[in-house]
Write a protein that binds this ligand. Structure first.
Ligand SMILES: NC(=O)c1ccc[n+]([C@@H]2O[C@H](COP(=O)([O-])OP(=O)(O)OC[C@H]3O[C@@H](n4cnc5c(N)ncnc54)[C@H](OP(=O)(O)O)[C@@H]3O)[C@@H](O)[C@H]2O)c1
Length: 216
């Protein structure tokens, strides 16, 4: 990306989001971030515009997306998502605002254990979801409702879902590639780099794919 763009980043203080913000700012782009706790971001960083708030607040989403080129969501709150589909409710407000403001491009990071709309998980992934990481079921159900909404009501938007596998916040393990079948347990940093690249990739529009390290 040579020309300066503006990214609206949701989840900018999170494991994936913080790397995404660093990369976008490092490349000279502008970032608008909606965050609950602004202190978690570097105060006064050049090209960083901070909006304080929660996606569960009443937010002027038309103003939030105004002037933005790309919207990237790396949101998650496991506790809240146990009882409520907070991401879905927010995306359902965000997408109409994107339409009104002429913003077309949206990348949403879900989980590798979240089922794509009308798709299925392999028996192994399904078993892992229902045993080892059972506590994340609410988050997966929320992600699945987002995917259903995008696929059934938002195909006029260039949306992309990244069904990420994340194991740590460690250093890079390589470059993630998109795949319908192959899945790696990646680092936050590599997922952020993947999101940053993939939002530019028109071949990824209307997909809900995994990511994997091609060398592993
Ligand atoms: N972590 C994993 O192992 C994993 C694996 C695969 C896929 N994923 C998917 O990727 C998504 C992001 O993962 P991550 O590990 O980067 O998440 P994370 O570290 O938990 O970060 C989540 C981000 O969402 C923000 N957020 C949560 N609730 C919010 C609200 N009500 N309003 C505004 N911001 C809010 C958090 O802000 P605060 O700083 O204020 O909390 C934080 O910036 C997850 O939701 C999941 O769907 C995660």
């Amino acid at each position: 990306m040579t020309q300066q763009s503006t990214f609206l980043v949701l989840g900018a203080t999170g494991g994936t989001g913080k790397h995404f913000v660093s990369q976008a700012l490092g490349d000279g782009h502008r970032v608008r971030a909606l965050v609950r706790t602004p202190e978690k971001l570097a105060a006064g960083a050049k090209n960083l515009e901070i909006w304080q708030g929660s996606i569960t607040d009443i937010i002027d989403t038309d103003a939030l997306v105004a002037g933005v080129d790309f919207v990237v969501s790396m949101l998650g709150d496991v506790k809240l998502q146990r009882d409520a589909k907070i991401n879905t409710a927010f995306v359902q407000k965000l997408v109409p605002s994107m339409r009104r403001r002429g913003v077309k491009r949206f990348l949403y990071q879900a989980g590798g254990l979240s089922r794509p709309y009308q798709g299925r998980l392999t028996p192994l992934l399904w078993a892992i979801r229902n045993t080892l990481v059972r506590g994340y079921n609410g988050q997966h159900e929320d992600n699945e409702a987002v995917m259903e909404y995008l696929a059934t009501e938002a195909n006029d938007i260039d949306w992309i879902v990244h069904r990420a596998g994340i194991g740590s916040d460690g250093p890079t393990k390589g470059v993630l590639q998109r795949s319908k079948t192959k899945f790696s347990v990646a680092t936050h940093r590599d997922c952020a780099a993947y999101n940053y690249r993939t939002i530019m990739d028109a071949s990824a529009f209307h997909t809900s794919d995994f990511s994997y390290y091609s060398a592993t």
